[in-house]
Design a protein. Structure first.
Length: 490
């Protein structure tokens, strides 16, 4: 029977879409999810390793801030382009393109490591340091093309009333990936060095690419906007799709501000951790605390996000703000570790909330560019704060808190220790986030988007298969996806 469509959206009748999500498409989603997890493990592994390596060898917060900020800047620049590519191509072709480009970038990085002495690559005042880091950065940025495609495959392959839980499952699997990455990046740099680390990343990327060739994504063609192929790679069709949903632009802008604060954490979290732990132990700490990703994702996969994911997202951000004001308030390793664990448990809930909202209120044929636009705008904030906080911490906050004046003024709040300047940055950024979230709760866009989400009811499962599907169990789904991976590799 005919179902209501999201506000401002034309009914989707494109014959390229599958008949209806059901057990077969859900099984395909599990395989896509695991393959993406393997690819994400590899890019994160090399990216984390690069950050650890640079900081340990240069002892420069500024260098790591520039590297992290550059990554987010490129994500911002290419987000819309990636989104349009996702809308113009089959999803499997997009993922294959991402894997090929990433593999090529890592091979180039490996060749550079063999061609130049390590001392040359570590001279962050010279061109070869930035060329080497830039090639690895490009491989990681292109991985976001695959991640945007993954968000649209949730809509393509998962029944509408289960997408919030599928998004939670994405968070759980990414948590597993992050856990493995964190442990092995630190150990790899500490025990093997950057050369062997790059070689391992090349091999793992190649394995993921080969496996992807055997992963089925049932999509008969490319879904087009209003029956016409999208043209160009700019903003055409993006702004109308966003503005058609009341409050959606405000959601993206709020997430943008959230990333502005997140840029502070991105730039300073590793340097702070490396003042408390050795590089090997810091990797293990990140691996253990990344169980938070699994916990948060599994909770969403099991229980969903409630009737109003907009409210859920804001509540989660209040928790993040309070956490950021306390987890470095004293230089205790256990306090920092516990704070990171809780932080990682909250992040997949916030991410799943935003994705579920977009998947509900935006038509499938426009979701790639909307997700890409959101990635561009939201990611643009992080490099701004990263580029600002790096020099600010290096040349003002850290020296100030090491001085007697700083200790006299703020020692009662932050205690004493080696990294009190970084702790001050955490507290200040989190306080700003808390104030903005509280204002968002009483804003008109919050009410408008909540109403739009409620009005854009998901299509009732006309097909018996989708209606009969049981509620997803995170552990069972991950296990099934792992079995799919093993069977395809055999």
């Amino acid at each position: 029977m005919s179902q209501p469509t999201p506000s401002g959206a034309a009914p989707t009748t494109d014959p390229s879409l599958p008949q209806a999500p059901g057990p077969r498409t859900l099984r395909a989603f599990h395989q896509v999810l695991v393959n993406t997890a393997v690819a994400n493990v590899t890019t994160s592994y090399l990216w984390f390793a690069l950050t650890f390596w640079v900081y340990l060898e240069t002892q420069s917060v500024l260098a790591t801030a520039i590297i992290g900020g550059s990554y987010m800047l490129l994500v911002a620049v290419f987000g819309v382009v990636f989104g349009v590519i996702v809308d113009r191509m089959k999803k499997k072709a997009v993922m294959l393109l991402s894997s090929i480009v990433t593999l090529t970038a890592y091979v180039v990085a490996g060749a550079m490591y063999l061609a130049f002495p390590e001392s040359t690559l570590l001279d962050w005042g010279g061109p070869w340091f930035w060329a080497f880091a830039g090639v690895i950065l490009i491989g990681g940025v292109v991985e976001n093309l695959r991640n945007i495609a993954l968000s649209t495959t949730v809509t393509l392959l998962v029944p509408a009333d289960r997408r919030d839980r599928a998004n939670g499952l994405v968070g759980a699997v990414q948590g597993i990936a992050f856990m493995v990455t964190s442990v092995f990046s630190g150990l790899s740099i500490g025990l093997l060095g950057m050369g062997w680390t790059t070689a391992i990343a090349i091999a793992a990327t190649a394995i993921a690419l080969v496996h992807l060739l055997f992963v089925p994504i049932p999509e008969r063609g490319v879904a087009h906007v209003e029956g016409a192929a999208p043209q160009g790679f700019g903003f055409r069709g993006v702004i109308p799709a966003v503005m058609a949903v009341p409050g959606l632009l405000a959601l993206i802008l709020f997430s943008t501000f959230n990333n502005l604060v997140g840029g502070v954490f991105m730039a300073l979290m590793d340097p702070y951790g490396l003042t408390l732990f050795s590089v090997e132990m810091w990797g293990i700490v990140l691996g253990v605390t990344s169980f938070g990703f699994i916990i948060g994702g599994a909770l969403v996969a099991k229980f969903g996000l409630g009737k109003n994911p907009v409210r859920t997202m804001l509540l989660v951000n209040i928790g993040i703000a309070l956490l950021g004001m306390t987890f470095a308030i004293r230089e205790f390793w256990w306090l920092y570790g516990l704070g990171i664990l809780v932080f990682m448990a909250l992040m997949p809930i916030a991410e799943a909330s935003e994705q579920t909202i977009v998947q509900r209120v935006v038509p499938f044929e426009k979701q790639g560019r909307v997700f890409g636009f959101a990635a561009s705008v939201e990611s643009a904030a992080a490099p701004i704060s990263a580029f600002i906080i790096g020099p600010l911490a290096q040349f003002w906050l850290i020296p100030y808190m090491e001085s007697q004046d700083g200790q006299n003024a703020l020692g009662w709040l932050l205690g004493d220790g080696q990294a009190r300047g970084i702790a001050l940055a955490f507290v200040g950024a989190s306080l700003v986030l808390l104030l903005v979230v509280l204002l968002a709760f009483v804003s008109k866009p919050y009410r408008e988007l909540s109403d739009a989400y409620a009005a854009a009811a998901p299509p009732a499962a006309d097909d018996g298969d989708a209606a009969a599907l049981p509620a997803p169990d995170a552990a069972a789904a991950i296990g099934e996806a792992g079995e799919d991976l093993r069977s395809n590799l055999r």
